[in-house]
Design a protein around this ligand. Sequence first.
Ligand SMILES: *[C@@H]1O[C@H](CO)[C@@H](O)[C@H](O)[C@H]1NC(C)=O
Ligand SMILES: *[C@@H]1O[C@H](CO)[C@@H](O)[C@H](O)[C@H]1NC(C)=O
Ligand SMILES: *[C@@H]1O[C@H](CO)[C@@H](O)[C@H](O)[C@H]1NC(C)=O
Length: 270
Amino acid sequence: MRYTLLVLLLVGLVGCSTNVTEIKVISFDVFGALMNLDKSLIRNIHNIVGDYITDSQVEALADEWAEHYGNTFWQYNSIIKNPAVKPADPNLFRLMLETGLHHILKKMNISEKIPRELQAKLHQCWGDLIPWENTGETLKFIHSLKNKDGSRRFKLSILSNGDRETLVNASKIFKTQFGFEFDYILGFSDAGIFKPEPNFYKVVEDQGYKKEEVLHVAGSQFDAIGSKSYGYKSAWNFGDRSEYVNLLGQKQFDIDFYLKDLSDLKKLLV
Ligand SMILES: *[C@@H]1O[C@H](CO)[C@@H](O)[C@H](O)[C@H]1NC(C)=O
Ligand SMILES: *[C@@H]1O[C@H](CO)[C@@H](O)[C@H](O)[C@H]1NC(C)=O
Ligand SMILES: *[C@@H]1O[C@H](CO)[C@@H](O)[C@H](O)[C@H]1NC(C)=O
């Protein structure tokens, strides 16, 4: 396993034939590639309702909620794609989380223990996230890179399943703690469909870029595959999820870069 990983990392970092000089915009998944979702949810749930449920219930709720999200948007996509169905509410992501939360609180039998107004406050949990280590510094560095004429080398974009309000909230930490802003915040509210549908990735291209000018940094394998098959250059920030690397290592999917840590991007881009 370790050896395979090493080989993949080397291949990934060298990037074979990937032409990095073409890249003009880098888009980032939020809930996997930039943020530590599990840690953030546990912290936020604990802060909001920690007085009403036990620590193990806090962890179970965080776990179930993230899992519910991961399993559900596929089902929504199959409905959205039906031409007979009206375009989805731009806030569908949030509505989906709210429905999931309601269901999980009932299933865990803790709905009665938590005051209604605090249950409503839990909906904000996904817009208040802790970045993975090195993330803010790395993005700030990439944001600061310049072309010879003094213009910025790369535009930075959020590209995530979240709705606009959640993504705007989640990206605020980069402004307050690291002093830069994303050039674009794109997500479900713009695309009207979830990853890894082609129309989802299209929203970056729609900002005036060619496919080969886009590098998407994914947080999960299906996102990396989706962006690559759409025609973008693709990186996968797999972090501690190395158990999935073998699957992609079968050469079925030619991901350009495997990142152990977002800061690996610096080596690739300069
Ligand atoms: C890489 O892309 C740049 C910018 O588009 C281009 O000038 C250069 O010829 C490309 N290099 C190769 C090896 O294709
Ligand atoms: C659910 O919790 C209530 C107290 O909030 C308790 O009275 C009831 O027995 C619990 N039900 C189950 C199935 O555990
Ligand atoms: C976004 O942040 C504002 C201000 O803190 C808050 O009122 C709102 O509920 C948040 N929305 C989401 C979806 O996180």
